[in-house]
Design a protein around this ligand. Structure first.
Ligand SMILES: Nc1ncnc2c1ncn2[C@@H]1O[C@H](COP(=O)(O)OP(=O)(O)O)[C@@H](O)[C@H]1O
Ligand SMILES: [Mg+2]
Length: 382
């Protein structure tokens, strides 16, 4: 049986509707009780099937003009409530599933982040040895972990450099002091006499000078690192300035194993800059170059003018800077592995020179380096 809609006129005759066997039986037995005021009624048929009858009187100007009756088998109603139940269960489980998915997803995302947070705590305690789960697929988290790793590596490097620096500086300062005291003692105790003692004192004077120079560098660097560097610019003929500086540098060099050439453009270049600072930078670069070349190497200083800037290249035919050290050479106190054991120094030349170039409005860059030599470029504004 299906629900049936019936419309009656005022006499109780069927106007519209499919009078199936159910309706027929009800009409025959006069079970519809149209005149009754009750709007919902339960009726039991002969076979025992239960039906609900819903009826509504149609009125026009208080006159009854008919009835609308809906017959619905009880089973049908029960079935629809069952369907509703099923729907509710389905919706419920769908919601639950949603929660589970969200939970799993957040866990998957939050776990690597938690790892990073734990690693950060670990670093605070000074332990830089951290490991992350490898297969993270989410791009953002992958990037986070990677930058974190880079940061850790950098921190580790700085920490290492800090320790090495202290040891290095102490060593650099201690060595000349030890040799001076030994030499002086030898002269005082008259172990050496005459010409030889004079020579000893000569070496002492040189060592003292070097020591003084290093202490000055250290103090200068600290002063400049804290505040702005003072520069006094003046308009200069750069060709003349470079010529003068290289000439002066060459005079001081004792041995003439090193060949220095200067390449200047035909037309003079003028720039507003501080000659003393340019000299300091060039001296640092030239000293480094000289220390890098072995035997009869060459150094070449070349000046060139560009649209907005001038460039001074200092090229040497030295040993070059190993690839893995190139990004470190401008760090304070960094010293190359090879050089550390050969030449004394504090590792402040390049960082200090770069600081000076920047305070002049320019920069100092490593242009190239290979085992055939190295080129540094000083860039200055015009
Ligand atoms: N011209 C060069 N050729 C090869 N290595 C260089 C050159 N200039 C600098 N370096 C490297 O860069 C490091 C840092 O240089 P610098 O700051 O001047 O310190 P220092 O000269 O006291 O070692 C050096 O220890 C050396 O390893
Ligand atoms: Mg140096």
């Amino acid at each position: 049986y299906k629900p049936t809609l019936l419309i009656f006129d005022e006499h109780g005759d069927v106007l519209f509707g499919n009078t199936g066997p159910v309706a027929e039986e009800l009409l025959q037995n006069n079970q519809l009780h149209l005149q009754d005021e009750k709007s919902v009624e339960q009726i039991t048929l002969r076979h025992g099937d239960k039906f609900y009858v819903v009826k509504r009187k149609l009125e026009s100007n208080t006159q009854t003009i008919g009835w609308v009756v809906l017959l619905s088998p009880e089973k049908e109603i029960a079935r629809s409530t069952e369907e509703l139940k099923l729907l509710a269960i389905m919706l419920g489980s769908l919601g639950l599933l949603g929660w589970v998915v969200i939970y799993l997803l957040t866990r998957k995302l939050s776990e690597p982040i938690k790892d990073v947070a734990d690693a950060a705590k670990q670093i605070v305690t000074g332990n830089y040895d951290i490991h992350f789960q490898k297969n993270v697929k989410e791009k953002e988290i992958y990037e986070l972990i990677h930058s974190f790793k880079d940061m850790t590596d950098r921190l580790r490097q700085l920490e290492l450099m800090r320790t090495e620096l202290l040891a290095g500086v102490t060593h650099e300062l201690k060595t000349p002091v030890t040799s001076i005291s030994g030499l002086v003692q030898a002269v005082r105790d008259e172990i050496v006499t005459g010409e030889e003692s004079k020579e000893f004192l000569e070496i002492c004077a040189k060592e003292t000078n070097r020591l003084q120079k290093m202490v000055e560098d250290l103090l200068d660097f600290n002063t400049y690192a804290m505040g702005d560097m003072k520069v006094s610019k003046e308009l200069l003929n750069m060709n003349e300035l470079i010529q003068e500086i290289t000439h002066q540098w060459l005079i001081v060099q004792e041995e003439d194993s090193v060949k220095l050439t200067t390449l200047l453009p035909e037309q003079s270049i003028t720039a507003a800059t501080d000659p003393l600072r340019v000299q300091q930078i060039l001296y640092n670069l030239l000293n480094n170059a000289k220390q890098a070349v072995v035997g009869n190497g060459t150094i070449e200083v070349s000046l060139s003018g560009h649209e907005r800037e001038i460039r001074i290249d200092v090229q040497d035919s030295g040993t070059g800077i190993p690839e893995e050290e190139r990004h470190l050479i401008f760090e304070r106190f960094f010293r190359g592995k090879q050089k550390k054991h050969k030449v004394r120094g504090l590792g402040l030349g390049l960082p200090f020179s770069r600081m000076m170039a920047k305070s002049l409005g320019g920069d100092l860059q490593l242009k190239q380096s290979s085992d055939a030599g190295t080129t540094f470029t000083i860039v200055l504004p015009k």
